[in-house]
Design a protein around this ligand. Structure first.
Ligand code: GLY
Length: 377
């Protein structure tokens, strides 16, 4: 398996190098052989920007080739203007995979200021009555916008934990832990399946119902949402040592494994009535793989840790053997991602699928780097 995964990583570096030469703005998804780039003036589109800087930083960490560092710094610098926006719930994704990752790899203090500024801005999406971070919409928007969370937000909580570690200000970690507990109560079901969203009364903070935006239905499990939850709770455990988060991540992992198709790459929603004649989501598979490795790194049970690692390796191998672009001219790494099937966006490469595939490969092949980049909690 290792030699196959090494080939996958070498191939991924070639694709990153090619995109580095050809891209003129942040990539989002690929259609008809070319990357569609982010709409500059549409703020929520920018949630994907860190997945490109993240690929460049990981390429640099692995190769120590200066061309990747130069590019990573340039593209990271382009994100500076986002540090003041309250219009996205994904400042964590953006700044963690650019400035924080870059700082961990280079130890360059100059990367810190924008990240800490963004963390301060990000606190403005916190609702203390419901103890949650608001998903989507304006912070002064209508009640349905101010009263909604999604499981995607769990992936932004490490940014807050990091900000507390870096600055000493405990407020960030407090918000992250409160939001994580609220997410656990309202999004994760007893069988380990996960709702994408939950709605609240933003004035009283009362939980109202589960709902979805990209899944099949309010009571289904959108596969990338499950993946965000698995990785997010595994990280919350490693940052806090709170066993509740470990048990939550384990429960989600068990669901993902029990409900995976034979080749380990989930369909876009675990409850789709059209399985197996519907779309896969390779980005969900890649996030599940790296989430399982994060879970394994924090595991207190050696047998389970071994199980999570084996499963992650098998997912990575399946992605490489069946869902990669090798032997094509497509400038992405993975095919068959699904941005959002209900919005008719499916069956395409996605920049986050590529990022998390590379992250998975680094974690599997470079334990030394994994400790530097992902181990410092
Ligand atoms: N966070 C948005 C998505 O996963 O599509």
């Amino acid at each position: 398996m290792t030699s196959q995964l090494e080939k996958a990583l070498d191939y991924s570096l070639e694709i990153i190098g090619r995109n580095m030469r050809e891209l003129d703005y942040f990539p989002e998804r690929l259609e008809n052989g070319a990357w569609l780039t982010v709409q500059k003036d549409r703020m929520p589109s920018h949630w994907v920007d860190g997945f490109w800087t993240g690929q460049l930083w990981l390429a640099y960490a692995h190769t120590r080739d200066e061309k990747f560092e130069t590019a990573a710094r340039r593209w990271t610098g382009e994100l500076s203007h986002l540090k003041e926006t309250t219009l996205t719930h994904d400042l964590g994704f953006i700044f963690y995979l650019s400035n924080v990752l870059g700082y961990r790899i280079t130890e360059d203090d100059e990367l810190l200021a924008d990240a800490l500024h963004a963390a301060e801005t990000f606190t403005r999406r916190y609702n203390p009555r419901g103890e949650y971070m608001q998903a989507w919409g304006r912070i002064d928007g209508p009640p349905f916008e101010r009263g909604r969370i999604n499981v995607d937000l769990m992936m932004n909580m490490p940014f807050f934990y990091w900000a507390t570690k870096q600055s000493g200000d405990r407020n960030y970690a407090l918000i992250a832990s409160r939001h994580s507990r609220t997410s656990r109560h309202t999004l994760v079901r007893p069988d380990g399946s996960v709702s994408q969203c939950a709605d609240f009364d933003p004035e009283s903070g009362a939980f109202l119902r589960q709902s979805t935006h990209q899944g099949l239905s309010h009571d289904s499990t959108w596969s990338r949402g499950l993946a965000w939850g698995l990785y997010g709770f595994a990280e919350a455990y490693r940052w806090t040592g709170d066993l509740v988060f470990l048990h939550t991540a384990r429960r989600i992992a068990e669901y993902a494994i029990a409900n995976a198709p034979a080749d380990k790459v989930p369909f876009w929603d675990y409850n789709s009535l059209d399985i197996p004649n519907t779309y896969r989501d390779t980005s969900a598979a890649a996030v599940i793989a790296t989430g399982l490795l994060e879970l394994a790194d924090g595991e207190t049970d050696d047998t389970l840790a071994q199980r999570w690692r084996e499963e992650a390796g098998e997912i990575a191998l399946s992605l490489w053997q069946t869902y990669s672009t090798r032997d094509t001219d497509i400038p992405a790494i993975l095919v068959q991602g699904s941005r959002s099937v209900p919005h008719d966006l499916k069956n395409h490469p996605l920049v986050y699928g590529d990022y998390y595939f590379v992250e998975t490969l680094i974690r599997l092949l470079r334990p030394d780097l994994t400790e530097t980049i992902f181990g410092d909690r």
